[in-house]
Structures are given as structure tokens and as C-alpha cells.
Design a protein around this ligand. Sequence first.
Ligand code: PAF
Length: 282
Amino acid sequence: MKIVESIHEMRDIAERTRIDGKIIGFVPTMGCLHEGHLSLMRKAREEVDLLIISIFVNPAQFAQGEDYDRYPRDLDEDIRKASEIGADIIFYPGKEKIYPDNYHTVVIVEKITNKLCGVSRPSFFRGVATVVTKLFNIVRPHKAYFGEKDYQQLVVIRKMVKDLNMDIKIIGIPIIRESNGLAMSSRNLYLTDRERASALSLSRSLNRAKEMVDSGERAAERIISEMKSIIESGRFTEIDYIAVCDPEEFEDVDKIKERVLIALAVRIGKTRLIDNCIVEVK
Ligand code: PAF
């Protein structure tokens, strides 16, 4: 496995791989790799000739006061894990390479980025869309893999790729959970033991929502209220949002008639966690 820090070298490798008629698969990450990331890599490994992982903690998607500085970083461990999966390249550009001093351009996906996480993190998706566009332009993948835990991010990237006619297949991979239900996230590392216990209420509330829909409940309001009481029964929890909405435009749904996204963001102490599930009406 090769570590590539230079944009120029990464572009050269991508160009040669394409000329050879080989398929490039790409898993963009901010490092601190966990089972969620590894599941994307495993899927990609099965499907492509050259598997490229990027590790870049993207300052543009963190607002002032968020956790950019303390975001967990562990390059040696990431290298070990990625090489175990059989990744071919880790693209590891520095901040100055991606955003040089005279950098001025952003990519904005409108409308769907103003909902859910976009309300409390108004610049987040602009930062994600911008860096993912740049990474796509450098790595030139045929296929790129994103986790469904960041469901809104996945939809935003799909929309961007479609709207901007990028010739890249976006593949969503199901959420990986710990055995206790907690969705895997690099930010779980911030949780104390007591906060971690409280964080289990997130997946518990989603399971309860699914159960309610399965047993015939159709009123979003009642589902949200039940989820709220489950989450608020835990300590240290502060709900950012709980939404029952359509999975493409994220418009709120009052009465569940078809497939919906149930999504939430909750602060557990200082740590903001997200989770979601798709519910189908039987
Ligand atoms: O999901 C992430 O880790 C990041 O948002 C991504 C897609 C790597 C962009 O920085």
C-alpha cells in the first residue's frame, strides 16, 4: 500500500490507471477508521481494481467552535487497518495542498442542505460538497462509497454528482453498529462511559419508531414524541432534531404513507451524534 501526499502524483496514478482501462474505487474519509469505514473499503475492494482511501480532516466542514482541532487523528492505526483490507493507496494531502492561501471556490448544493443537519450546521454541506468535488477531481474514481449513517450527506453527494454531470457511481453502504446498537462513528471516542450508555437511547428510539410503524402507527407526531421521551430519559442528552421525512428532499411527513427517513441528531454532553433508519410501510 502506498501513501501519496502529492496531488500531482495522485492525479498521475489516476490518469495511468484509467488509461490501462482499470476501475478506480474511492473511499473518502477523515481518518480515525472504524468498522463503518472498513465496511465501505471491503465492499469497494470486491468491486474495483485500484482502491484509494483519502484521509483528510476537512477544515471547511467544521464551523468556528466545532471540533476540528480535537477531531481524532491516528494515521499509523489507519494505515494498518487500510492495508489489512487491501487498499492500494492512501491519499493523504495536507490542508495547505487542498486549500492554498489564495483558495476562493465553494460548491453549494441548494435546498436539501437547509434541512436536518443543515439547520444547526449551516456551512457543513458546503464544506463537504467542496472537498468531495476536489477529491473526485484529483482521484478520478469510477465508483465512490459513502456510509448511510451520514444519510443526508450521501443524498447531497448523489445530488451534486447528478446535477454537475460527474461520471461517478455513488454507492451507499448500510450503517454498522456496535453489538449494543450504537452506530459506529469516530466521534464515539469522545464519549465517557456514562455518556456512551446514554447514547444507546438513539438506536433504541429508532428501533421503537420502526416497531410503531410496523404495528400500524402512521402519525409522525406520535412517533417523534415517543422517540423524544426515550432519548430524554437518558442523562446528558439534548435533542438537536428528530425528523420523519421523505428520503430525497427531507420534507417533513405528517402521515406515513410510504418509505420515510427517520433521522435524528442529539448532543450527548459535548458530542453531537447522528443516526437514522429508513422505514417502509408494509
Ligand atoms: O463523511 C466524512 O468522513 C466526510 O464528511 C467526508 C465525506 C470524508 C468529507 O470530508
